[in-house]
Design a protein around this ligand. Sequence first.
Ligand SMILES: Cc1ncc(COP(=O)(O)O)c(C=O)c1O
Length: 335
Amino acid sequence: MIVDLRSDTVTRPSPAMLQAMIEAPLGDDVLGDDPTVHRLEALAASLAGKQAALFTPSGTMANLLAIFGWTRPGDEVLMEAGAHPYNYEAAGSAVVAGVQVHPIHGARGQLDPDAVWSHVRPANDHFAPATLLCVEDTANRGGGSVYPLEVLDALSTGARARGLRTHLDGARAFNAVVHSGVALARRAADFDSVSFCFSKGLGAPVGSVVCGPADWIARARRHRKLLGGGMRQAGLLAAGALYALEHNIARLAEDHRRASDLSAGLAALGLETEAPQTNMVYVTVADAPATVAALDARGVRTLAVSPTSIRLVTHLDVDDAGVQRALAGFAEASA
Ligand SMILES: Cc1ncc(COP(=O)(O)O)c(C=O)c1O
């Protein structure tokens, strides 16, 4: 039996989620009349503490809409060097929004407010003006790390004081919420916009959302159209996302506990890994592609993220037995 730890995006909709999708009332969302999408966007906005929300096909599009919506061509966007839009979004911010990313290195994928502001360059014809700060919580390349609330606040208020807009890439925002015990509306309180994904730990097949001020979301809706992201009977997908929000948030704690078990087991095998805060485990090996192939042959699917680093992510479709099979696979592969 295969245990798939490549990502929390690999989950399949449960029978109950599928049933909710089948039964969802539908309309044409491009014409603005899909009631299930309306219900999802209203719930997402209220969870995020923002005026409005827009359902998007992916987290990548949600981030791109935020960057497109808060900047002008020629601007600079600050983010941590491992951040998703800088590394894994096909340079959409450069191609579509015409901005350049200014990457800043931080510990565990997190920006340090004391170090960030020196990267905001003074007004000068030589420099691209920094107009947006993007913060990723949890920080994927930071091992799924969760920002302390006071650091989130320092980043958002510090950016505002310097005239920058702020976007919170909360692809795994509810992992941060469950770990910290602090509601999303509070964590995102001082950010201009926040995005989160239904298709990751929450277990829906497709979809993300971007939330922000009502007039800004109206413009984002137009930009979504421009990008080809208007979806007709999208209520089918929104119903899966609604089911995920209504049933799958608190259980993320189980994924976090299993990631800790996995990390402790890997450490017991003598492998180098940091104790996780949420659902991601990064482990250092001599040859990541070779180890991934050896694990694959044993039914354990993982992801090489560098020549010497492998990522393992726990999710709805990984149980305790799956964690044990993964550990047995590592024991054999590294024997
Ligand atoms: C932090 C972060 N932001 C954004 C995304 C993009 O989401 P999607 O794969 O839905 O485009 C991901 C995907 O893994 C992510 O980890």
